[in-house]
Design a protein around this ligand. Structure first.
Ligand code: NAP
Ligand code: ZN
Length: 348
């Protein structure tokens, strides 16, 4: 048994998203039914539905920055109750038993996490994401949105927030640390806000200076244009941590050269193309080149609490569902200030 709900989905990798319907399973003993109010648009949604990360089963409704209210809970549910303000991010399940799941790192589940859309679910169906009006999720993968955060600006935290918070914490961003954020988009602008709130000295590395005033207002101490070759000379050997959020390939060596001794360049940007580097750029200053995938459920809750405490919502542009395709084009043109969020009330 299931319920049919309105959704916006891609019919194929080459067609725009269209209004359609998807099925939601009945609420099981450990499930929570969420009435979705807002859903953010992540660049990963675009990579995925356009087949850039590999073939998909269509139709596919993307969306993994989901917030709303609990409207029903299963008989065994203890963590959430009807009326709670909740969120769902990039995962809706994992094996729960492997070492990584046990350590609260479900995003690195050794049996493969179940992603919010485009994944084979435990019942064999393909998961469908948040560009819709409701979702049924097992309670352990539902987090609470603290009262201090408005729901619309909280939505992007479920992916852009945790994807920047987790590596910033893991690599020790804080007082006395020089952190650079590459790319001032959805992830990048949250990276700036969070790194600043953690007490780090923050530099934005964007292609141009067109968003400089915004970057400084969001908490950056410095702002440089990467289109200017002088930037790479002026900043050589400066940073303890560089967080790369760019959705396209970058010149890895050029950024590694900006790291101080023992510095790390952490890649969260996920272009389909391979990235390459020269061993000597690492060897020359014991540098690291690393990656990071979203964050675990416990850490996602910690991030939401941190953002509520520091009043860190996302900068958003609220759109109606019929503007999704236009929003995709604007994301691809880097014309996003700084996250599109769909008001699902416009889906009816
Ligand atoms: P976004 O809003 O489009 O931001 C990406 C930024 O990258 C742009 O604002 C732009 O910044 C820069 N950029 C874009 N194209 C570029 C190019 N050709 N050359 C140089 N810079 C370019 O995207 P997002 O939603 O933040 O996502 C960013 C990337 O992270 C995507 O690849 C996404 O799939 C990935 N992602 C990874 C994870 C993870 O867990 N690792 C989670 C979510 C997303 P400037 O205009 O400032 O230069
Ligand atoms: Zn995302």
């Amino acid at each position: 048994m299931s319920t049919t709900v309105t959704a916006y989905a891609a019919p194929s990798a080459t067609e725009p998203l269209v209004k359609t319907t998807i099925e939601r399973r009945d609420v099981g003993a450990h499930d929570v039914l969420i009435d979705i109010k807002y859903a953010g648009i992540c660049h990963s949604d675009i990579h995925t539905v356009r087949g850039e990360w590999g073939p998909q089963q269509f139709p596919l409704a993307p969306g993994h920055e989901i917030v709303g209210f609990v409207t029903e809970v299963g008989s065994e549910v203890t963590k959430h109750k009807v009326g709670d303000r909740v969120g769902v991010g990039c995962m809706v399940n994992s094996c729960g038993e492997c070492a990584n799941c046990q350590a609260g790192q479900e995003q690195y589940c050794l049996n493969g996490p179940t992603f919010t859309y485009g994944s084979v679910d435990r019942d064999g169906t393909i998961t469908q994401g948040g560009y819709t009006t409701s979702v049924v999720v097992t309670e352990n993968f539902v987090v609470n949105v603290p009262e201090g955060l408005a729901l619309d600006v909280a939505a992007p935290l479920l992916c852009a927030g945790i994807t920047t918070y987790s590596p910033l914490r893991h690599w020790g961003a804080g007082p006395g640390k020089k952190v650079a954020v590459v790319g001032m988009g959805g992830l990048g602008h949250m990276g700036v806000k969070i790194a600043h709130a953690l007490g780090a000295e923050v530099t934005v590395l964007s292609r141009t200076l067109s968003k400089k005033d915004d970057g400084i207002a969001l908490g950056a101490d410095h702002y440089y244009a990467t289109e200017d070759p002088e930037t790479f000379t002026a900043l050589a050997g400066q940073f303890d941590l560089i967080l790369n959020t760019v959705s396209a390939p970058i010149d890895v060596d050029a950024y590694l050269n900006l790291l101080a001794l023992d510095g790390a360049l952490v890649n969260v940007g996920a272009p389909p193309e391979a990235l390459s580097l020269h061993a000597f750029t690492l060897i020359g200053a014991r540098r690291s080149f690393a990656g990071s995938n979203i964050g675990g459920i416990r850490e996602t809750q910690e991030m939401l609490n941190f953002c509520a405490e520091h009043n860190l919502g996302s900068e958003i542009e609220l759109i109606s569902a019929d503007q999704i395709n236009e929003a995709y084009e604007r994301v691809l043109a880097s014309d996003v200030r700084y996250r599109f969020v769909i008001d699902t009330a416009t889906m009816a």
